[in-house]
Design a protein around this ligand. Structure first.
Ligand SMILES: Nc1ncnc2c1ncn2[C@@H]1O[C@H](COP(=O)(O)OP(=O)(O)OP(=O)(O)O)[C@@H](O)[C@H]1O
Ligand SMILES: [Mg+2]
Length: 331
């Protein structure tokens, strides 16, 4: 069964172009200039019930816009979508009770109230029966280890704790579709991992359908098997995440800090020099060659500090879609 389907979804915004200068601002009152931004263009995909799909792309790619369309927060300019058989922007009550949208950058809980009050509010909005509500709340607060914090005003909680409360609020009514827009943004590594672990457990247990956007490859790797890549409002790739992970790990970035009297020169021999900002330099190196290259550099230069990192997700995404364009594989 297909849970989420988008066909030719397009959303354009008209944005006011401010012209420069005072005179232009005055005439601008009479003669406004608009520019159209195509936030999402002809986006199509379908997601099976119980799938957990990563939605990846650089800033401004159209991820949030797509999730807003699928939640019915905004209307499309053209195209169609169905979520659990409902057209989201019709905003039927029955639909609202079956999905949830969590935005890492936005608060859905009442800031000055303890989370438990917001939970009560959700109980009423979604008309969750008392017994079920209590059971769900206790189960979720236990799983996310925030039982002792539900009575504290939300504004006093740490970002990680607040995010976990947001998740609880979003799941109290047992939605079958969960749309997660950067649920781990800004979280420290420990909180990030806790959210990941929870989501993995919960999804496996309940077999809900999830779309997850994230800039952190770690989240995505931990949770999803399929990735849809979007850039400039268009879908560039839809396939197994393993392909992307493989590309991501094919190369590593070596970060070097050179000693006081050392010049970071002639580094091209070691790999693809990404940046030289004395006393620092960044080189991209084939994963297998990292030990060898590090040894050679350390033997030749006086190095104050060294680190090895993964390539940024954004770079890999750029590579993936430049190649899929070249292969004319997008259809
Ligand atoms: N309400 C709006 N009015 C005008 N333009 C908008 C609006 N919302 C989004 N856009 C534009 O549409 C494009 C896509 O935005 P969107 O928020 O969907 O990107 P995103 O992939 O979520 O990016 P990020 O990773 O930064 O969250 C951007 O160019 C953005 O500036
Ligand atoms: Mg976004």
């Amino acid at each position: 069964m297909i849970a989420i389907e988008a066909r030719g979804l397009t959303k354009t915004y008209r944005v006011y172009q401010k012209r420069e200068g005072v005179w232009a601002s005055i005439t601008g009152l009479f003669h406004r200039e608009f520019k159209t931004v195509e936030a999402v263009r002809d986006v199509s995909f379908s997601i099976e019930e119980g799938e957990m799909v990563a939605f990846l792309g650089p800033n401004g790619a159209g991820k949030t816009t797509t999730l807003k369309l699928l939640s019915g927060l905004i209307y499309p300019t053209s195209g169609e979508a169905q979520v659990l058989g409902y057209v989201p922007w019709k905003r039927e009550h029955a639909f609202r009770r079956r999905f949830s949208l969590v935005m890492g950058q936005k608060n859905q809980l009442w800031w000055d109230l303890p989370a438990q009050e917001s939970f009560q509010l959700h109980r009423e909005i979604y008309r969750i029966p008392d017994e079920q509500f209590r059971k769900r709340r206790d189960e979720l607060t236990e799983l996310l280890e925030v039982k002792d914090l539900v009575g504290q005003p939300v504004r006093e909680l740490s970002l990680g704790e607040r995010m976990r409360m947001e998740l609880i609020a979003a799941l109290l009514h047992s939605p079958e579709v969960l749309l997660l827009d950067e649920p781990t943004i800004g979280l420290d590594v420990v909180s990030q991992r806790r959210v990941q672990e929870f989501l993995r457990y919960y999804q496996a247990e309940r077999k809900i359908t999830v779309i997850l956007t994230s800039h952190y490859m770690k989240d995505v790797e931990a949770l999803c098997r399929r990735a849809i890549i979007i850039n400039d409002g268009e879908i560039k790739h839809d396939g197994p995440l393993s392909e992307i992970v493989e590309r991501l790990s094919r190369h590593k970035i070596i970060l070097l800090q050179f000693g006081m009297n050392e010049q970071p020169e002639n580094l091209e021999r070691f790999g693809n020099v990404i940046e030289v900002m004395p006393p620092r330099a960044k080189i991209e190196v084939d994963r297998q060659l990292v030990p060898e290259v590090l040894a050679a550099i350390l033997a030749e230069y006086q190095i104050a500090d060294v680190g090895v990192q993964d390539r940024p997700l954004e770079d890999v995404i750029a590579e993936v879609f430049s190649q899929s364009n070249a292969n004319t594989r997008d259809d």
